[in-house]
Design a protein around this ligand. Structure first.
Ligand code: NAD
Length: 281
């Protein structure tokens, strides 16, 4: 059996095109402020890609770049300024922050109304309550869109999530529950991981270990969503060995070209939504 590839790149392109059309009808463009501290090469690439994607759909993006020695106060002062600036609709703090900075404190300083990453505790709580007033974190939101693109009934399916991070594992587990899946959240202390994974109709791999998920973890006909982005000396690898997923599963997302482009598309969508919420008549 050969699994079908879920083409995140194409799905994300369609979302961006539709956003571009909607944004072209606005009198003023939505605006996103990005905060980048330090010189982590991966973070610099992510921020460049986000800026480029914003410009392509007509969102104004401005990056505030700081050296790794930046103080917490400098970051908090900027965030307070951006919170008060009416023509900034979204604020994104690129993670990871330098080790001496308390990331939680910084993320909590972002106004929940401009928190387009959905990391503020208020938005996390609203997500649990299924409130439409939250911002859904971009990667989990993108994953659910990929699943919806299959036009399958997800009700009652067994979903196994590998990883319990605040950014991916926990929110995607929550969203899968909202899709009426039966959800198992696994992590580094889980026992019998491969057996649990083999029971998964939907397997979300978000552990950050290159090609960790092999045939023994995959139920025949499963839907495999590979969230991992692992830079190896020669290439970018997902958490799933693609060949094994192609041989065993029904659907699989590739790396690159699966979840990654959806994360950026959802950031654009959340920024557009922030603009609309802030400009309600
Ligand atoms: P994280 O390091 O915060 O969390 C990893 C999780 O995996 C932890 O909960 C840990 O318990 C679990 N884990 C680690 N080893 C395990 C093992 N052997 N067995 C079972 N569970 C294990 O990482 P994160 O921020 O959630 O990111 C996970 C991966 O997804 C990374 O590769 C990251 O680069 C990638 N990522 C991709 C996107 C995207 O847009 N595609 C976005 C965010 C993160």
């Amino acid at each position: 059996m050969t699994a079908k590839i879920i083409n995140g790149k194409e799905i994300a392109k369609n979302i961006r095109q539709s956003l571009k059309e909607k944004i072209s009808l606005l009198k003023t463009p939505p605006a996103l402020a990005v905060i980048l501290a330090g010189s982590d090469p991966a973070s610099e690439i992510y921020v460049k890609n986000k800026e480029k994607a914003c410009h392509e759909v007509g969102i104004t993006a401005r990056t505030h770049k700081f050296p790794a020695t930046v103080s917490e106060k400098e970051l908090l002062d900027l965030i307070n300024d951006l919170n008060r600036t009416p023509d900034i609709n979204g604020i994104l703090v690129q993670l990871p922050l330098p080790a001496h900075i308390n990331s939680e404190k910084i993320l909590q300083a972002v106004s929940p109304a401009k928190d387009v990453d959905g990391f503020h505790p208020l938005n996390t709580g609203l997500l649990q309550q299924k409130s439409p007033d939250t911002f859904i974190p971009c990667t989990p939101k993108g994953i659910i869109r990929l699943l919806h693109s299959l036009s399958l009934d997800l009700t009652g399916l067994n979903a196994v999530v590998i990883g319990r991070s605040q950014i991916v594992g926990l929110p995607v587990s929550n969203l899968l529950l909202q899709e009426n899946c039966t959800v198992t959240v696994t992590h580094s202390k889980t026992q019998n991981l491969s057996a649990l994974c083999r029971s998964a109709d939907i397997l979300i791999a978000a552990l950050g270990k290159p090609e960790f998920i092999t045939k023994e973890y995959i139920k025949p006909s499963a839907i495999i969503i590979d969230v991992g982005i692992n830079r190896t000396p020669n290439s970018l690898k997902g958490d799933v060995r693609l060949k094994d997923a192609l041989d065993t599963a029904a659907y699989v997302t590739p790396v690159p070209g699966g979840v990654g482009p959806m994360t950026i598309a959802m950031l654009l969508e959340n920024t557009f939504e922030a603009f609309l919420k802030q400009n309600r008549p």
